[in-house]
Ligand binder design. Structure first.
Ligand code: SF4
Length: 173
């Protein structure tokens, strides 16, 4: 158990089919620094709103749903609480679940700053798929699966770490 075992979330979606492949529990981080024009969830920007929730309870609830194929971290910006999300990711992977994570940062930015920001290196080691980059209104495309604008990429994180560059998946095929 972690000493401070709370995480600040805007919401939890118990079962979703649209935030990654398969039935997924979605945790929406509260707090975001990016201010993307046209953001679909401005209520998640404040770092004091939302609710502080017990991470071990969140993990237990995930473990108790046999239908789940994975867990998705969305936002808000999950990487602002990377140590907390790393703790959850580490535990749910023990149940055989995969982890998707949305972020307004690019994969390259995270790679470059992974040793300077709390929990980034750890979270990077547990995320399977990263949907990266800010939402860009001019590149909005509602035909894209799992992402809002065409600049965003669906990245195989562990494959990318092996070659130290972003390996993007085409899930529209
Ligand atoms: S990263 Fe997401 S939550 Fe944050 S401003 Fe951009 S679209 Fe909104």
């Amino acid at each position: 158990m972690k000493e401070d075992n709370t995480i600040r979330l805007a919401a939890i979606l118990p079962e979703s089919l649209v935030n990654g492949i398969g039935i997924r529990r979605v945790l929406f981080a509260q707090g975001c620094p990016h201010n993307c024009k046209g953001c679909f969830s401005p209520h998640t920007h404040s770092y004091t709103d939302g609710e502080l929730l017990n991470m071990d309870k969140i993990i237990e609830d995930i473990r108790n749903n046999p239908l789940l194929k994975g867990v998705t971290f969305s936002g808000g910006e999950p990487w602002e609480q990377a140590d907390k999300f790393a703790y959850i990711a580490k535990e749910v992977k023990k149940f055989g679940l995969n982890v998707w994570c949305y972020t307004g940062y690019t994969f390259e930015y995270i790679l470059e700053h992974q040793y300077h920001r709390q929990g980034w290196n750890e979270l990077l080691s547990y995320v399977d798929i990263l949907v990266d980059g800010k939402f860009e209104e001019a590149k909005k495309d509602s035909s894209l699966r799992f992402r809002g604008s065409s600049n965003q990429r669906i990245i195989d994180v562990q494959g990318s770490l092996e070659v130290m560059k972003a390996v993007a998946l085409d899930v529209n095929k």
